[in-house]
Ligand binder design. Structure first.
Ligand SMILES: Cc1ncc(COP(=O)(O)O)c(C=O)c1O
Length: 183
């Protein structure tokens, strides 16, 4: 059996002592996947990487498609790993965003699930409330993700953005609360 550890949010969570370090699980059936799509901001470039036992990598190479990610994408990924200043700025921006969203939405009386990633989950009274909030925020130009497809129809996911994006989201949510869209 192959165990795949999806560490898309690794960089955000790695300093949390409760976050398991998958480098301790280097068995021959374990692969750790990471991406440049999150903290490195390169989602459009489509590049990521993985760690696994040499034998497992050897077997993957036998069956993988012949085309690699583009040379430019590989160069971007390698450069991103070296760009510690960008990583630091990105982590700081996200930490500010999480703080702002968590504090502001809690102050509005909303229920938030603690986050170690680059998004928060807000839980509403029921699925109708969650759906109304999604619509109302959209009308104010703020796109959030309904979580019905993940089995949580009463919840939404809000990703952090720039400081301006985050402030705009808080203002839109304040309007929704004031308009009675949210309880
Ligand atoms: C858990 C998880 N894994 C992987 C990805 C996507 O990674 P990539 O853009 O490298 O396909 C995401 C982002 O949407 C994610 O949330």
């Amino acid at each position: 059996m192959l165990i795949i550890l999806d560490e898309a949010y690794f960089e955000y969570a790695k300093d949390n002592p409760r976050y398991p370090d998958s480098m301790h699980y280097r068995y021959d059936n374990v692969i750790t996947l990471r991406t440049f799509s999150k903290v490195y901001g390169l989602a459009g470039v489509r590049i990521g990487y993985g760690f696994a036992h040499e034998e497992l990598i050897g077997n993957l190479l036998k069956v993988k498609l012949p085309f690699e990610p583009s040379t430019l994408a590989q160069a971007a990924g390698i450069a991103a790993l070296a760009d510690k200043a960008f990583l630091h700025r990105s982590l700081e921006l996200n930490a500010r965003g999480l703080r702002l969203l968590t504090d502001s939405l809690r102050e509005m009386g909303l229920t938030m699930v603690p986050s170690e990633a680059n998004f928060v989950m807000v839980v509403f009274a029921d699925d109708a409330h969650a759906a109304r909030v999604v619509e109302d925020l959209l009308a104010h130009g703020v796109i959030v993700r309904p979580l019905a497809a993940f089995g949580l129809p009463q919840a939404i996911r809000i990703s952090t953005g720039t400081d301006e994006d985050n402030a705009r989201c808080v203002t839109a949510m304040q309007k929704a609360v004031a308009a009675g869209v949210v309880e």
